[in-house]
Design a protein around this ligand. Structure first.
Ligand SMILES: Nc1ncnc2c1ncn2[C@@H]1O[C@H](COP(=O)(O)OP(=O)(O)OP(=O)(O)O)[C@@H](O)[C@H]1O
Length: 369
């Protein structure tokens, strides 16, 4: 996909002045509450009209103030999913799903309908009234309806925000599957860093106070604590890509290969072999050692080489940039430890990781969408 926009929009006292150009298939729009993410998504969808500028989707001008172009929403070929599912209460699930097809250029085939139903696991709900659905089920139906409208791009505006923790955990893997199993371009809005890392871990546009303050690889974004908001200090770190090679080789754990080194993570779905997955390692959770103690609870110990060291913004610590099997890993240690250990670029150390979080599951690509 390509998305190219440069717009200004005034809403009361709030001014959105956003510039973004990206060829990435999945774009995360991230930022705190009130930053302007939803407003920007509404501009892309044609639900809000900028005062000036342009919006180009896949090379097609859908808005251009200089040439009086403003393609109406229903002709922009977008599937939009909001925080609330917004299903039609008078129609059952099947009719809600097929409703989107009225706007499609070509009607979705029966095979495609079946595929979407299977992917979102909503087959058992088809004859149900929408009032009888849980929040998570309703949101899956809303996603299915958007997919069946044959969009060129899917816009997801905090689709998990209205769900409680359990429902959120239920729906999140389905959105993850969309990213992995479809070729559909997706813009995913969230203010939650864990969602961003799970669902848009390649590319992010960060919005703050009506402006795009960062646009680029999510991994680079994660290394910038000052951009991450309140949780930045804790969450800043690195995304490591590794390949699952064994399940249950060690009790309750899966083994990932990172070059010829090994990482241990909580048991993954046994189908997860082959495709790389991404793990999020917080810089605070990395301990550096010259000598590794013989008895140690932490399983994850990686041979690393120091490639750079910089003082943290608050002056209290040192960010140590490491190379592990050709990938970057960041550690944050105290200002005391760096000279005490006489650490210097070029040194080899062991990086001991206290905890890591899965940022992305690997799903088998089924194709077909
Ligand atoms: N129709 C409107 N008229 C006036 N101000 C508006 C309108 N819609 C939004 N705003 C304001 O614009 C700002 C950005 O809102 P927006 O919903 O885009 O933020 P957001 O980043 O999506 O936040 P959240 O994560 O809370 O949804 C807010 O200050 C909001 O109050």
């Amino acid at each position: 996909m390509s998305l190219d926009l440069d717009i200004s929009l005034r809403q009361g006292a709030f001014k959105l002045q956003a510039t973004l150009a990206s060829d990435e298939r999945v774009i995360g729009l991230f930022g705190p509450s009130g930053a302007g993410k939803s407003s920007l998504l509404r501009v892309i969808a044609g639900l809000a009209r900028p005062d000036a500028g342009h919006v180009r989707i896949n090379g097609r001008d859908v808005f251009d103030s200089r040439h009086a172009v403003n393609t109406p929403t229903h002709r922009r070929r977008l599937g939009v999913v909001f925080q609330q599912p917004r299903l039609f209460a008078h129609l059952n699930v099947t009719h809600n799903l097929t409703y989107g097809r009225w706007f499609a250029r070509k009607r979705a085939s029966r095979a495609r309908f079946d595929h979407v139903v299977e992917m979102l696991d909503i087959g058992a709900l088809l004859t149900r009234r929408t009032a009888a659905l849980s929040g998570g089920e309703a949101q899956r139906v809303a996603i299915g309806r958007a997919l069946l409208s044959e969009p060129d791009m899917l816009l997801l505006d905090e689709p998990l925000a209205a769900l409680d923790v359990a429902r959120r955990a239920e729906v999140l893997p389905y959105i993850e599957r969309l990213g992995a199993e479809t070729e559909l371009p997706i813009v995913f809005v969230t203010h939650q860093l864990d969602e961003l890392l799970r669902l848009a871990n390649r590319y992010v546009a960060a919005v703050d106070d009506g402006r795009v303050v960062f646009a680029g690889p999510t991994a680079d974004f994660l290394a910038r604590p000052e951009l991450l908001g309140d949780t930045g200090y804790h969450e800043a770190g690195t995304l490591l890509r590794a390949r699952p090679i064994a399940h249950q080789a060690v009790d309750g754990l899966s083994v990932l290969a990172l070059g010829d080194q090994r990482l241990y993570v909580p048991q993954l779905d046994a189908n997860n072999t082959g495709d790389e997955i991404t793990v999020h390692v917080r810089a605070l959770d990395v301990i550096l050692a010259r000598e590794v103690p013989a008895d140690m609870s932490a399983l994850n110990r990686l041979a690393a080489r120091i490639t750079g060291m910089t003082e943290t913004a608050d002056g209290q610590g040192v960010e140590v940039r490491l190379d592990v099997a050709g990938q970057r890993l960041d550690a944050r240690i105290t200002r005391f430890s760096a000279p005490a250990m006489r650490l210097a670029p070029g040194d080899t150390v062991t990086a001991i990781i206290k905890s890591l979080a899965l940022a992305e599951q690997a799903w088998q690509r089924l194709g077909g969408l």
